[in-house]
Design a protein around this ligand. Sequence first.
Ligand SMILES: N[C@@H](CCC(=O)N[C@@H](CS)C(=O)NCC(=O)O)C(=O)O
Length: 329
Amino acid sequence: MGKMIEGTWRSDTWIRNQQGEFRREPTTFRDPIEADDDATYRVEADRYHLYVSYACPWAHRTLIVRALMGLEDAIGVSVVHPHMLEDGWSFDTDFDGATGDRIGNRQFLRHLYSDADPNYTGRVTVPVLWDTERETIVNNESREIIRNFSTQFRELATNGVDLYPEKVRDEIDEVIDAIYEPINNGVYRSGFATTQEAYDDAVTELFEALQRWDDHLQDNRYLCGDVFTEADVCMFTTLIRFDPVYYGHFKCNIKHVYEFDNLWNYTLEIYQMPGIAETCRFDHIQSHYYYSHETINPTRIVPRGPYLDRRADHDRHRLPGGIATPSPA
Ligand SMILES: N[C@@H](CCC(=O)N[C@@H](CS)C(=O)NCC(=O)O)C(=O)O
């Protein structure tokens, strides 16, 4: 995997410590967009552009919140090619759904980072929220981008959903924190580990956490009770990738998600919410992981299975919270 060092691309960097543990670097562009006329980045339709990969769980969060809120007309999207190779994410278009750079005609995602900061040092990641007016990156941290959308972009939203409802705000933040290390990042810590011990620790922690949340979902419709929130979006993008890639490619194979009664039914419920299935591209997901990580899968063979019926009926109707749609504001 590559990264930028003082504005220059280096394709030979890796992100593990001496114990073979995967270490995720903090992101650097962390500005908010504000619903305030005097703000540097003020909320405006058609000013900001999202760069995503359909493969990436972090970028997927931003696509889901955009879709659920009905921000498609206000915020444009460019989708990178699923194969992330020597040059990092590219804007090649020879894969269905890869759009190229719709606003800048760049060749690689790293060019976006060097345009924003010619001396940029750090990883070149999706998602990126780009400001077409100031021609820079506003934010490249998914958690902050979705919070930004759900709190500041309400005036542009065409659907009145509230993914950060006042009454459970503290709980949402706690849950997002709680699932990050063992689950969202845990699958990467398992898959990218290069020592048995690092893998064992990560995979054990991952499945203990999954079991705890499966138990929680026995009596709770969603992670924060009876209301669908950002926390569920953060959990869902990991769960929906689990059986197609994390189970095999990242060796998270103690159980499939479809073997957990509550987690699987919860995943189906969210998948079947209006607008969500369109954001899930399993062709991009499987091609990206199996093709891009040569150290894990040198043959680059992309498996055909698993065949899962994600339109199957689920049992979440009987839990508090009513029908399967996010709560209106
Ligand atoms: N903290 C970031 C993480 C984003 C991230 O790691 N994205 C991955 C794709 S799943 C990426 O672009 N990796 C490229 C790299 O690290 O070189 C977020 O949540 O937005």
